[in-house]
Design a protein around this ligand. Structure first.
Ligand SMILES: C[C@H](O)[C@H](O)[C@@H](O)[C@@H](O)C(=O)O
Ligand SMILES: [Mg+2]
Length: 393
């Protein structure tokens, strides 16, 4: 009987090179090629996001083991600092608890870390622990996680692709392509014109109906974002994403007022908890939200966030996060499509998002995916990826 099972131990491992910290790539990858960021105002940090440390954390793997030896695991972007938080602080709320006590564990993890957490790294860690618990519960009950949270509302999920080649994504069957914006305000009118030209050329490639989106990765200011949104609108921009820093709720609300309704304003991948998303929704910051289930508080919190959005008719289109978002999105009416991050260095092939860390990681075929029925999240750790356990408790 599952409810009789308790959690015997929780372990935190670190690993480098792709995985959940998917920005941790080799240097010939599109994802690190002159993409605009809040650091782009400093020329020395403009060419490469790794130069300012986007991949400094690396992947955290959290493993939970039940008293019968069954294990579940999940991954996030947190590396060694995350491992420390698990082993030295949060493990005490997991070990000894019933495997079904997911809500109570979440509340204790969040409440006990409030004095130093609330968002960012700590919520990434809480997300990984939460997802590992759902993986364990699915394995004990021999059910895929999506079946534990209400079951699929559609047979398959459709995807847009994020990467440098929306023209190739269209040929692969994706419903749209999201390109990173490469120039921020510090590169002036020339940079803005270059972005508009790049979009215009891509629109020529993909035709009039294929969705094209711009991902600004928190790099712009309100005036620049307004001008860029209006400029790209001429080339059928579907949405402008994360134009401003995540804390500028007021800026997002104003940007949404300034842009015409056919250009959606989106954000959320660096937001966390039901309270953060409540603020985005109640302040009218965006037209759809993009929480990352490995960062926003895990599946337990994302279900709450999704209900908030659903009550206001707002779509939830999770940021990347591989199987962890697929099992969620397939069960939600207000998550009709998802993101797939093209992790091939030239964005010319479909490869697993968290490669090489997860075995059996499903990928969209012709832009769509049926979530496998394998218990838990249906993935295994690749034994060829060397894990370290820096803080054994
Ligand atoms: C492509 C973007 O610059 C980021 O690297 C990506 O992680 C994220 O913003 C996304 O929406 O996929
Ligand atoms: Mg984004």
């Amino acid at each position: 009987m599952t409810t009789a099972r308790t959690i015997r131990s929780v372990r935190a491992f670190t690993v480098r090179g792709g995985g959940a910290d998917y920005h941790d790539q080799r240097d010939d990858h599109w994802i690190d090629d002159h993409i605009a960021t809040p650091m782009s105002k400093y020329p020395e940090y403009r060419q490469s996001r790794q130069s300012f440390g986007i991949n400094v954390l690396g992947t955290l793997v959290v493993e939970v083991e039940a008293d019968d030896g069954t294990t579940g695991f999940a991954v996030t972007t947190a590396g060694e600092p995350g491992a420390y938080i698990v082993e030295r602080h949060l493990a005490r709320f997991v070990e000894g608890a019933p495997v079904t006590a997911i809500e109570r564990i979440w509340d204790q993890l969040y409440s006990a870390s409030l004095f130093y957490g609330r968002k960012g790294l700590v919520l990434n860690v809480i997300s990984a622990i939460d997802l590992a618990l759902w993986d364990l519960l699915g394995k004990l009950r021999r059910e895929p996680v999506y079946a534990l949270i209400g079951g699929a509302v559609r047979d398959e999920q459709v995807f847009y692709a994020t990467g440098s080649r929306p023209d190739l994504a269209r040929k692969m069957g994706f419903i749209g392509g999201k390109m990173p914006v490469r120039h921020g305000p510090a590169e002036g009118a020339e940079g803005l014109a270059a972005t508009v030209e790049r979009f215009a050329a891509m629109r020529e490639e993909v035709g009039p109906d294929f969705w094209l989106m711009a991902d600004c990765w928190m790099s712009l200011d309100l005036d620049y974002a307004t001008r860029l949104g209006l400029g790209l609108r001429e080339h059928g921009l579907r949405w402008i994403e994360e134009a401003l820093p995540p804390d500028d709720y007021w800026g997002y609300a104003e940007l949404r007022k300034r842009l015409p309704p056919d250009v959606l304003v989106t954000t959320g991948e660096h937001e966390a908890t039901r309270w953060g998303f409540r603020l985005l929704l109640e302040m009218g910051c965006c037209d759809l939200i993009q929480p990352d289930v490995n960062w926003c508080g895990g599946l337990t919190e994302l279900l709450k966030i999704s209900a908030l959005a659903d009550s206001r008719g707002v779509l939830v289109v999770p940021h990347g996060s591989s199987v962890y978002s697929y099992h969620f999105a397939i069960t939600r009416h207000n998550s009709p499509f998802s993101e797939f991050l093209m992790m091939h260095p030239q964005a010319s092939e479909v490869v697993p998002m968290f490669s090489p860390l997860l075995l059996d990681e499903p990928v969209p075929v012709n832009g769509r995916l049926r979530v496998p029925d394998t218990p838990g999240f249906g993935v295994r750790l690749n034994p060829e990826c060397a894990l370290a356990r820096p803080y054994e408790h």
